[in-house]
Ligand binder design. Structure first.
Ligand SMILES: *Cc1c(COP(=O)(O)O)cnc(C)c1O
Length: 414
């Protein structure tokens, strides 16, 4: 599948530009020592021993300076990873937490109290929504979902005097709407609320702070770790005051990540540029191929005009990731799509994404929404494209679509 040059460039440019920085990021400089290993050691530990009580007190006073106090308050490799993620995300400070979902929950725990109100995009990651509905509401926090592409007037009508936090995720989980984050940033600033953006898809490609966000949420489980072997997350922030509050809250809530997970993620980060340059290039080729298939009603890839909010992607992003959605023609049903998915040999069936391997997951019926989404126009699924050869993936999809048509024809004949 030939991808027009300008389109390909718009998809891979950001990853190529990042590669050089990613090689160096988080690396030690050989200052005191004559030589050092390229990668930092893993420091496993709970208790840190001090030479005196005075030294222990002094370390406690410097707890925001990456001082070693106790394993639950951070290890050297965690602090290294925090700096790397903050730099990559366009922020200044980072806090590592044990999962992407822990990162989604942390800003609510830090900023919101009983009686406060939060506005969440209707397209947020499902478990974030469940945290809001089942935990936040139980603690007396009010939650309203807004259409991901709502304009400023629609949003202003939903704002209350108690609105403390606006939470966006762009592109949206499963439905891939690319949100107008700069507009949300202006709105948040005008009402004195915090804007939190789940930037997992756009890591390294979108700068949420330049768009007015206060906190960027990252599921590092995805592209940074990159090998489907770790669960880990981070928040990054631009202001030191926000960071102190988020770090204190993470420690108070016992959100500690293991040093081995931090180390794996730091290692994955160094190759993320080249993995993603390749995966994003294959993904846009597969997306375009699907776009031209008669079985497909709509491809939800932010770099294509068929994706809701594509104009925002064009304005705000330096590239694209390798995760996108497809909505099939409503002549097919969920069972036809299941026949296609079950027949694929190169696409694993499973949750998550961001590893080196291709995945597929149905998105029909499995997501809750308050507003209508394009994923309801026909059976829908989500593809994650890995490092396999594009031709092999297309051949697998070709036979899969054949199975889907045979399933539909079987129903029509029955
Ligand atoms: C996967 C994901 C998360 C959660 O990450 P985990 O590490 O699996 O907890 C959060 N947000 C987005 C957008 C995700 O894709």
């Amino acid at each position: 599948m030939q991808v027009p040059e300008a389109l390909m460039e718009s998809v891979v440019r950001g990853w190529r530009d990042l590669s050089t920085r990613l090689v160096q990021i988080g690396r030690d400089r050989p200052e005191g020592a004559a030589g050092i290993f390229v990668n930092p050691p893993v420091t496993r530990g709970s208790t840190v021993l001090f030479s005196s009580l005075e030294a222990m007190d002094a370390a406690g006073q410097r707890r925001y300076d990456d001082e070693l106090i106790y394993g639950a308050m951070g290890t050297p490799v965690q602090h290294r990873l925090e700096q790397a993620i903050a730099e990559l995300d366009g922020g200044r400070y980072g806090q590592i937490v044990p999962s992407g979902l822990a990162a989604c929950a942390l800003p609510f725990l830090a900023y919101v109290s009983a009686g406060d109100h939060c506005l969440l995009s209707d397209s947020v990651y499902g478990p974030t929504r469940r945290f809001a509905d089942r935990v936040l509401r139980r603690f007396g926090v009010e939650v309203t979902y807004f259409p991901p592409l709502a304009d400023e007037d629609e949003l202003r009508a939903l704002v209350r005097p108690t609105t403390r936090l606006i939470y966006a995720e762009s592109p949206g989980s499963h439905s891939f709407e690319v949100q107008d984050i700069p507009m949300l940033g202006r709105l948040a600033a005008s009402i004195g609320a915090r804007l939190v953006v789940d930037n997992t898809w756009g890591i390294g490609l979108f700068d949420p702070f330049a768009a007015g966000a206060h906190v960027s949420v990252q599921a590092l489980t995805k592209y940074p770790a990159g090998h489907s072997d770790t669960i880990i997350g981070a928040v990054s922030v631009a202001s030191e005051q926000d960071w102190r509050l988020l770090r204190d809250t993470a420690i108070q809530a016992g959100q500690t990540a293991g040093p081995d997970d931090c180390w794996l993620t730091l290692r994955g980060l160094h190759t993320m540029g080249v993995r993603q340059e390749r995966q994003a290039a294959t993904a846009i080729a597969v997306a375009l191929w699907l776009h031209e298939r008669p079985e497909v009603r709509r491809v939800l890839h932010p770099a294509l005009p068929s994706c809701p909010g594509h104009e925002n992607w064009k304005r705000d992003f330096k590239g694209a990731s390798s995760l996108f959605g497809v909505v099939f023609d409503p002549a097919f049903d969920a069972a036809d799509m299941a026949a296609m998915i079950d027949s694929l040999t190169l696409f694993g069936i499973g949750a998550s994404w961001g590893g080196y391997e291709s995945l597929v997951l149905p998105t029909t019926g499995s997501i809750s929404r308050s507003c209508r989404s394009v994923t309801q126009d026909g059976p829908a699924c989500r593809f994650h494209i890995g490092l396999e050869a594009g031709d092999a993936l297309l051949a697998d999809l070709e036979q899969g679509l054949g199975r889907m048509a045979a399933s539909r024809d079987g129903r029509a004949g029955a």
